[in-house]
Design a protein around this ligand. Sequence first.
Ligand code: NAP
Length: 247
Amino acid sequence: MNGIKGKVIVVTGASSGMGEAAARHLAAQGANMVLGARRAERIEAIAAQIKEAGGTAIAVPTDVTRRDDLIRLIGTAVQTYGRIDVLINNAGVMPLSPVERLKIDEWDQMIDVNLKGVLYGVAAALPYMTAQKSGHIINLSSVAGHKLFPGSAVYSATKFGVRAFSEGLRQELKPYNIRITNISPGAVQTELLEHISETDIQKANQDFVGAVGVPADSFARIAAFVIAQPEELDINELIFRPTAQEL
Ligand SMILES: NC(=O)c1ccc[n+]([C@@H]2O[C@H](COP(=O)([O-])OP(=O)(O)OC[C@H]3O[C@@H](n4cnc5c(N)ncnc54)[C@H](OP(=O)(O)O)[C@@H]3O)[C@@H](O)[C@H]2O)c1
């Protein structure tokens, strides 16, 4: 056994970037994958490609800002495969901007997706995991959940928040044999910067990530490593960066 084969793994934000890479990689290792994201046609195409390659996957259109969508996502995983072993709360947005520009709708979006989306995912999965007395929740924070840089104040607030929530979960879920891993990536080449509306901030970040960013399958390999550990071992905090990244 490779520690992954046969596990039921739900990934939010599986339509692009790190979530897509993780879905493909974990499916190739024998996991039963459940893909959630808003762009239904993308997750359906990825699930179809996984199946063509001999893997197992289903797609469940999901907006993580809606509690009911997460209840349906996790519920479909359990109905289809009989249990849920791992939830990867990966969906996220990063419309960076200086606070003084008051992009308040974007602040709301980051709080709703990056922070409340994680809370809703956990709320939907916990009843099954506590009943099973097993499970693994992987939350995506960021190097920006440890450090600040120009334009990151609100994004960092959400990612510091994810990290705090992960540690709280870790402490509280001991009686249920549930593992909690907070992963903080550095610069990874994905679609994340495409949604930055402030062009000066977008360009600075594109220059930075373009220069040092590593491919999304870096995260996929790390997620597989974390999931594959024996049940008595709980990797709680993991930061990875491109070797060339200073921040
Ligand atoms: N790339 C980096 O350098 C980096 C560094 C540190 C941390 N991160 C974190 O890594 C995670 C993955 O990001 P990525 O870099 O792979 O970016 P990405 O390619 O833009 O992927 C983001 C994913 O989140 C999904 N998403 C956004 N809003 C959503 C919503 N309301 N409901 C459901 N899904 C939603 C998107 O799918 P739909 O649009 O189809 O819904 C997409 O699949 C994020 O949490 C991000 O903050 C990234």
